[in-house]
Design a protein around this ligand. Structure first.
Ligand code: FMN
Length: 187
């Protein structure tokens, strides 16, 4: 799959079926993050790949919001994404750790897509619980969880209308002219 196809095929699908998580999968996703650019090559991103049953159950039942648990209970792996400001450049009011970690996550998601996986980022979780379950010190910012599984084509009865619609169709995007400007900004 080329990059364009990975970008086009990536979706935040919610209907997931189980897959076996192997060391190879984790290495491939780790490598996708490893090669991304970062300010002064500081590589501020940190990831915990959670796939062992008891830890995965704790993440699901203790850390996820109720709405996210309703579909992410089928996740085969949850990747916790975390970092902190002093791991990366701070140039006046510009703090680069979120930007650089976000780029690494984008690369993980596209590589996962290429590998035939769903990698769905979420913000609906308790960072405090994530830190507790994964033993992450409080100075780290838990920026995102990535829910990983394989797409299941059969939408379950308990999905609400919003979830069914999102599963079938990609949510609409802004037209390019709203965020792409040629040569000068115009608001
Ligand atoms: C930072 C971030 C937070 C998100 N949080 C959630 C979430 O808590 N629950 C959820 O179901 N989807 C979540 N999503 C997925 C978005 O809803 C989804 O990417 C968006 O609607 C566009 O759909 P698409 O990714 O299928 O194109 C999140 C995505 C991002 C990047």
């Amino acid at each position: 799959m080329n990059v364009k196809d990975a970008i086009e095929n990536r979706r935040a699908y919610r209907v997931l079926t189980e897959i076996k998580i192997t060391e190879e999968i984790i290495d491939e996703l780790g490598k996708a993050a490893q090669l991304m650019p970062s300010c002064f090559n500081k590589q501020p991103w940190r990831f915990v790949f959670v796939y062992e049953d008891s830890q995965l159950d704790r993440m699901k039942n203790e850390a996820l919001s109720e709405k996210n648990l309703s579909w992410a209970n089928k996740a085969s792996m949850i990747i916790a994404v975390f970092s902190k400001k002093d791991l990366d450049c701070v140039i006046k009011d510009r703090e680069y750790y979120l930007f650089d970690t976000g780029m690494a996550v984008a690369s993980i998601i596209l590589r996962a897509t290429e590998m035939g996986l769903v990698a769905h980022p979420i913000a609906g979780y308790s960072p405090k619980k994530v830190r507790e379950v994964l033993n992450i010190p409080s100075e780290y910012n838990v920026i995102n969880l990535i829910i990983v599984g394989k797409k299941d084509p059969v939408i379950p009865d308990y999905f609400d209308n919003y979830q069914v619609e999102r599963e079938k169709n990609r949510p609409q995007r802004k037209p390019l002219k709203e965020f792409v400007f040629h040569n000068t900004f115009s608001s």
